[in-house]
Design a protein around this ligand. Structure first.
Ligand SMILES: [Zn+2]
Length: 352
C-alpha cells in the first residue's frame, strides 16, 4: 500500500480510490457521484476523502489530511462542503419525532440546492454530500434532477445511498456510480489485527460478523461493550425459540416500543443478527458450514441444523425479511415483529 492510499484510509475499495485519483489527475471529474453499498461499508469515508482531495490546500490527487481545508472538512465546518441527510433533517427534533422521519423531504433538498448556485468561498469546488439518498421522496428526486442536469461547473455532488437500486434511474444515469461491495473476510480480519491490534481469533470472528462491512467492523472493534451486548442479544434471541407464545408476544411488544421510541436502527440490527444465525443454520444444513458467520458457536449451529426442518428455517428467514420490509413501509411495528415470532421454526418432534 502506498502512502497516498494510506491517506485515503479506504480498505477494500482500492479500485474506487484508484479511479478517483486517476480522474482528479486527468481533470476528468464527474460533476456527480453516487456512492452505493450496504451500511457500514465505508461510503461516508470515501465521500469525505473525495471532498478533502478536491479542496485540499496542496491541490494534489490525495487529501493531505493536515492542511486547514482537510481538517475543516473532517470536522464538518468547511464553508464549501455542505452535508445533508436524515441526521441533519432530524436535527432539533425530539427522538420520537426524528424516528417518524422516513424520507428525505423536498424542502431539505431545496435548501441544499439553493447553495449549489453559489461560487466557492475559499475552496476550489463546492461539494454537496447527500447521505441516505435512497430515502429521497419522488418529489425531492425530481427537484434534484434539475441540479444534476445543469450543475454549475464548480460544483461536485456526492449522493450516498445504502441501496443505489432504489434511486430513480434518471438520477443514477446522470452520476458516476461507485458501488462498494463487501470487503473479503480475510481483508477485514487483517485490518482488525493491524489497525486495532485484535488477536487472530477475535479478528476473524468480528470479520465474519461484519459481512464485509469494514467500517462497521472497525467501529465495533472500538466498542467491546457493544460486542458483548451483541452476544447477549443473540443468546436472548435464541432462547425465544424455547419460550411459550405469550412470552414471545411480550418480547415483540417491548421491541415495538423501542422501535416507536426512536430505536429503529437497534431493532433492525437485532433482526439482522437473528437472520444471520438462522442463515448459518440453513448453510450448515445445506452442507456449507465453512460459510457461516457465527464461527464461535459452530457446535450450537450444527446442533440446530439437525433439530429443525430446512423448509421451516427457510420460511422463517423469509418471514424476517418480510418484517424488515414491513417496518420500512411503516406498518404497525408490533404486528410486524409478532408476525416473525409466530413463524419461528419448531424443533422436530416438539409441539406446543
Ligand atoms: Zn489537505
Amino acid at each position: 500500500m502506498t502512502d497516498s492510499l494510506t491517506n485515503w484510509g479506504i480498505i477494500g475499495h482500492e479500485w474506487a480510490v484508484a479511479f478517483l485519483r486517476r480522474s482528479i489527475a486527468g481533470d476528468r471529474m464527474a460533476h456527480a457521484y453516487v456512492i452505493g453499498g450496504p451500511e457500514g461499508i465505508g461510503k461516508a469515508l470515501l465521500a469525505l476523502r473525495l471532498a478533502q482531495a478536491l479542496n485540499c490546500d496542496r491541490a494534489g490527487v490525495d487529501p493531505c489530511l493536515q492542511c486547514r481545508a482537510c481538517q475543516r472538512i473532517a470536522h464538518g465546518n468547511h464553508p464549501d462542503v455542505r452535508v445533508v441527510g436524515m441526521a441533519t433533517q432530524a436535527a432539533g427534533l425530539k427522538p420520537d419525532e426524528a424516528a417518524r422521519q422516513k424520507e428525505l423531504r423536498i424542502d431539505t433538498v431545496r435548501e441544499w440546492q439553493r447553495d449549489v448556485t453559489l461560487k466557492p468561498y475559499e475552496g476550489r469546488r463546492r461539494i454537496f454530500i447527500l447521505h441516505d439518498a435512497e430515502r429521497l421522496t419522488e418529489a425531492a428526486s425530481n427537484a434534484l434532477l434539475k441540479t444534476l442536469e445543469e450543475p454549475p461547473p464548480y460544483a461536485t455532488l456526492i449522493l450516498v445511498a445504502h441501496t443505489a437500486g432504489s434511486l430513480l434511474p434518471t438520477i443514477v444515469s446522470r452520476c458516476q456510480l461507485l458501488r462498494l461491495r463487501p470487503v473479503p473476510r480475510a481483508q477485514v480480519a487483517a485490518a482488525l489485527r493491524e489497525m486495532r491490534g485484535l488477536i487472530a481469533g477475535d479478528a476473524e470472528l468480528l470479520a465474519a460478523w461484519s459481512g464485509g462491512r469494514i467500517g462497521w467492523a472497525l467501529r465495533m472493534a472500538d466498542a467491546p461493550e457493544e460486542l458483548e451486548a451483541r452476544q447477549e442479544q443473540l443468546a436472548a434471541l435464541l432462547s425465544l425459540a424455547e419460550q411459550p407464545i405469550a412470552a414471545r408476544l411480550r418480547w415483540a411488544e417491548e421491541r415495538a416500543k423501542e422501535y416507536r421510541a426512536g430505536e429503529q436502527a437497534a431493532v433492525m440490527d437485532m433482526l439482522a443478527l437473528w437472520q444471520s444465525w438462522w442463515r448459518d443454520v440453513l448453510l450448515t444444513a445445506a452442507g456449507c458450514p465453512q460459510a457461516i458467520v457465527h464461527i464461535d458457536r459452530r457446535d450450537e449451529v450444527t446442533t440446530a441444523a439437525s433439530h429443525y426442518a430446512v423448509a421451516d428455517v427457510h420460511a422463517f428467514l423469509t418471514s424476517i425479511g418480510l418484517t424488515v420490509q414491513r417496518l420500512r413501509d411503516n406498518v404497525n411495528p408490533q404486528l410486524a415483529i409478532e408476525g416473525t415470532l409466530l413463524a419461528l421454526p419448531e424443533r422436530r418432534g416438539v409441539r406446543r
